[in-house]
Ligand binder design. Structure first.
Ligand SMILES: Cc1cc2nc3c(=O)[nH]c(=O)nc-3n(C[C@H](O)[C@H](O)[C@H](O)COP(=O)(O)OP(=O)(O)OC[C@H]3O[C@@H](n4cnc5c(N)ncnc54)[C@H](O)[C@@H]3O)c2cc1C
Length: 469
């Protein structure tokens, strides 16, 4: 990802705020910059902006929102901060976490009030690190819906969006000041755009095997389920400009990707009392200890395969979810009138599955401790007919990236800030600490939209360089 010297002639087009990447981060940054009165241009590689955001369930964590208040949920940024710090066992910059946990709620409230995105609390997701219900989603609870609503808002706000526009190079001087970018179009033609401030919203590097091997060597060659353009472009440019990076070893995993269909399957069944077993028909973890680290635990099972087991009560509770409907349509979900029948449908040892379900009943009834230490309170005994789906584990997105300050301005590795560079979402460091186990549910969109808003506001407010005067 070369950095080119600034051209001797001025660019034919220069915008005050230039954003690379049109996912949740880039679009939110555009809304904030427009709100602060700046002209904005978003450059997006794809013909239709989708990004990792469109693959997600569109949920974002935030504490102290109006939506929570309306739902009667007591919460605060302080409680959110405590939960995040507990999840990462203190291994993350607390000042950074303070900023995110404080600014997430104003981001949700602002998007709802000013940009017509009706966020509500998703009460189905609780626990897994959050001490109260604080996941927020638009009505359909899909990333596609979130993207559709953000794109409409961006159009209404008058931000320009150029698609089929891949940024291939940056123009910058030795101080790290960015002057503009070089854009490549699908026919191979190139054009240059100048800027006063640049926001990198290109997501992380989950789909860049070389970067995975360099920064997360334990996961080299691991199964990846992410957006194809998550190749770490923004992080690479930032590093070449002398930026600091943080928590590059961190990623979000997931242990419930329907296999071999490669479709996201809902964890709601596990949250409400379902379990994951391996090919031997045995459980291998406390499935609620760590939803992200569960991905790695599944990858460690024979053939990297596990089976999510639940019952008809849970099926009926969640069968309306988009991911479940899709899995049902392609026949990925199997059923059985008894444990033995389900075992036949899934190709599992019958006696072992029966024993696992019996042990589970005892644990749920409080007659014996769960062998894996899971707390089943609030869940019911699974009863026939049973349901099951074969799943695998995968890396979803990386959590390390460019280190940023409270305005999403990129820090130099040598101290201080780069003059006019901002980053957010997957391109910036997250609040998950150094491992895969620190990811708290819905932190991905939280980082994208919270840092996007902060970056957009601050980039718009950045004093224009003298050469424009
Ligand atoms: C299956 C799945 C489910 C998930 N579910 C959730 C969830 O429910 N809640 C949650 O909080 N997080 C979830 N996540 C994580 C979340 O989706 C991401 O953290 C978030 O979408 C990142 O947003 P972003 O704007 O940084 O990146 P993206 O949405 O990926 O946007 C980046 C954009 O930059 C573009 N781009 C990249 N390089 C260039 C270039 N050189 N030039 C021009 N454009 C470029 C890309 O095409 C892309 O459109 C999930 C992730 C996956 C994979």
């Amino acid at each position: 990802m070369p950095i080119l010297s600034p051209p001797p002639e001025p660019f034919s087009v220069t915008v005050p705020v230039l954003i690379v990447g049109g996912g949740a981060c880039g679009l939110t940054a555009a809304l904030a910059a427009r709100g602060a009165g700046a002209e904005v241009l978003i450059l997006e590689k794809d013909e239709i902006p989708s990004g990792t955001t469109s693959m997600s369930q569109g949920t974002m964590c935030a504490a102290g929102t109006l939506a929570q208040m309306e739902a009667g949920i007591e919460d605060s940024p302080e409680q959110f901060f405590e939960d995040v710090m507990a999840k990462v066992q203190g291994k993350v910059d607390p000042e950074f976490v303070r900023v995110i946990t404080r600014e997430a709620a104003p981001t949700i409230d602002w998007l709802s009030a000013y940009h017509g995105i009706p966020f509500a609390v998703d009460k189905a997701w609780s626990g897994l690190g959050h001490s109260v219900q604080r996941l927020h989603a638009p009505p359909e609870k899909t990333g596609e819906d979130l993207m559709g609503r953000l794109l409409q808002a961006v159009e209404r706000a008058g931000a320009d969006l150029l698609t089929d526009a891949t940024v291939v190079d940056l123009y910058a001087d030795e101080s790290g000041r960015v002057f503009g970018v070089r854009v490549e179009r699908p026919d191979g033609s190139q054009e240059d755009v100048g800027c006063d401030a640049l926001i990198l919203a290109t997501c992380g590097f989950a789909n860049n095997p070389d970067m995975i091997a360099e920064f997360i060597p334990d996961m080299a060659g691991a199964h990846v389920f992410t957006w194809e353009n998550s190749q770490g472009n923004g992080i690479q440019w930032g590093m070449e400009l002398g930026a600091a990076v943080a928590d590059m070893t961190s990623f979000q995993g997931y242990g419930a990707l329907a296999y071999p269909q490669e479709m996201l399957f809902n964890y709601n069944y596990v949250i409400d009392g379902g379990v994951l077993i391996n090919k031997r028909g045995e459980r291998f973890s406390d499935e609620m200890a760590d939803v992200s680290g569960q991905g790695v635990k599944v990858m460690r099972q024979a053939d990297q395969i596990a089976y999510m087991i639940y019952d008809e009560t849970l099926h009926n509770r969640h069968k309306h979810l988009k991911e479940t409907r899709q899995a049902l349509e392609v026949g990925a979900v199997k059923t059985g009138a008894s444990a033995s029948e389900l075992a036949s449908s899934l190709g599992l040892p019958k006696d072992a599955l029966q024993q696992t379900l019996t042990d589970l009943s005892y644990a749920k009834a409080g007659k014996r401790d769960d062998a894996w230490g899971r707390d089943f309170s609030g869940t019911h005994d699974l009863t026939p007919p049973y349901y099951g789906i074969r799943v695998t584990g995968a890396i979803y997105h990386t959590q390390g990236g460019l280190d940023v300050d409270e305005n999403a301005r990129v820090k130099r590795s040598s101290g201080g800030l780069l003059p006019n560079l901002f980053a957010g979402g997957g391109a910036a460091r997250g609040m998950s600490g150094p491992t895969c186990s620190g990811y708290i549910p819905a932190a991905g969109i939280c980082m994208a939209m919270t840092l996007g808003r902060l970056a957009g506001q601050a980039a718009a407010d950045l004093p224009r360089p003298k050469y424009h005067a």
